[in-house]
Design a protein around this ligand. Structure first.
Ligand code: ADP
Ligand code: MG
Length: 398
């Protein structure tokens, strides 16, 4: 296969890096390991360029293995590569939003993916109401940017919870108070998603009285047959966070799966050993099948035309439009500038003029932003004289 693949990793000898290289070589792919900290990124008027250790960086695709300590640099590098049209298994955006547990759960919840009840606390006076919101003691307290179980705690009394939160806030951490899922004490499920498929999964168990089941805290791993519902939520979680390769952590709650977090550089050792699956091989095959097709950021593309962009309209904010035809919102006579309608976790592409709008729908339209806003405002006023508010997905740069 004539692609040139770089594994972006600081540790060529780490298990996951070695396995990716090994599987790529088996497939005849020209592969090498590049340290994400040894790139030079150049930006000049009208052009960008990149060098690796003082030489041109020649790769068609990269698999990023970006450690938490270098997230910022890693993401800057990926953004640069994306602008150069080099295919990446995970984008900078996907990595950054999955590394913040609050941001990730906001996106997951918004997309109707089940997550534990969680509150963001900025002040010690918020702690008591946060604990009430998540259902009382015991509670899990965690920092938004933690990894490998560091920064995750279980607390049983208000006094304990407050002193912990106080300490975390004082050291500048962002703090979450989360519902404790007792049924899942000491265990969780890791599902490895590649593309749009779970290619391997395992159950992790903590040792002794520990409630965190992280592999790096000496947890044990075992094979598990995932119920379809778990697979589906894992795939959806990876997808809405924009990750092609992801380790999705799920808790087994009474009523089904809850997505706890999504890891953009999942370790391969534990899961390959527990499941017997060739995860590295799956990742390499997926990369090879996708490399020719760069994904495009639609907003960015549209904004090359002054004044144009993408708008979204959430019907729940305009209940008076519910039950109306989609054609009533936009100027009659012209084509409807709606290219998608999001309903029940599905997209309806190019909806027909007579489609009736529902409360949970989200309309995504594109074109001249001023015209779009004017049409939508007219429609809202036309239907009834209530307040309006348009969610702007992107501002025009005109
Ligand atoms: N709300 C919760 N209820 C029960 N167990 C939890 C909860 N949150 C975390 N855990 C346990 O702690 C572990 C680490 O939490 P997690 O949020 O994944 O942080 P990290 O990023 O450090 O891995 C999980 O794998 C799980 O075993
Ligand atoms: Mg975790």
């Amino acid at each position: 296969m004539d692609i040139r693949l770089a594994v972006l990793s600081r540790g060529p000898r780490l298990y996951s890096t070695r396995r990716l290289v090994e599987e790529a070589k088996k497939r005849g792919i020209d592969v090498f390991v590049a340290d994400p900290m040894k790139f030079s990124l150049y930006v000049a008027d009208g052009s960008i360029d990149i060098q690796y250790m003082g030489k041109p960086f020649l790769a068609d695709a990269v698999i990023p293995r970006i450690g938490h300590s270098i997230t910022k640099h890693g993401v800057a590098l990926l953004r640069h590569l994306e602008q150069l049209g080099i295919w990446t298994a995970n984008t900078g955006q996907g990595i950054i939003q999955s590394r913040d547990k609050l941001h990730a759960s906001q996106i997951l919840a918004r997309n109707k993916i089940p997550v534990p009840r969680t509150t963001y606390v900025r002040d010690i006076i918020d702690v008591e109401s946060a604990i009430d919101f998540v259902g009382g003691f015991p509670v899990v307290i965690k920092v938004t940017q933690g990894t490998q179980g560091q920064g995750v705690f279980l607390r049983h009394t208000l006094h304990e919870a407050c002193s912990l939160v106080q300490g975390l806030l004082l050291t500048g951490k962002s703090v979450l108070v989360q519902e404790y899922i007792a049924e899942s004490h000491g265990k969780d499920i890791r599902a490895l998603v590649v593309g749009d498929r779970v290619v391997a999964s395992m159950r992790r168990r903590a040792r002794g009285r520990e409630f965190r089941s992280n592999y790096h805290l000496n947890g044990t791993v075992e094979k598990v047959d995932l119920p379809p519902e778990f697979e589906e939520q894992a795939c959806r979680a990876a997808r809405v966070l924009g990750l092609h390769v992801a380790g999705v952590d799920l808790l087994e709650a009474e009523h089904g799966p809850l997505v706890l977090e999504v890891n953009s550089s999942p370790g391969l050792e534990g899961i390959e050993k527990a499941s017997g699956a060739n995860v590295a091989g799956e990742i390499v095959d997926f990369v090879a099948s996708q490399t020719a097709f760069s994904e495009v950021d639609l907003d960015q593309l549209l904004r090359t035309v002054p004044g144009s962009g993408v708008l979204s309209l959430q019907l729940r904010n305009h209940p008076n439009l519910v039950g109306q035809k989609i054609s009533q919102i936009f100027n009659k006579g012209s084509d409807i500038p709606v290219f998608a309608l999001s309903r029940d976790n599905k997209l309806i592409w190019n909806p027909t003029d007579d489609l009736l709008l529902r409360y949970d729908d989200v309309i995504v339209c594109y074109g001249d932003l001023n015209e779009l806003r004017a049409s939508i405002k007219n429609a809202i006023i036309g239907v009834s004289k209530t307040n309006f508010e348009i969610n702007e997905k992107e501002e025009s740069n005109a």
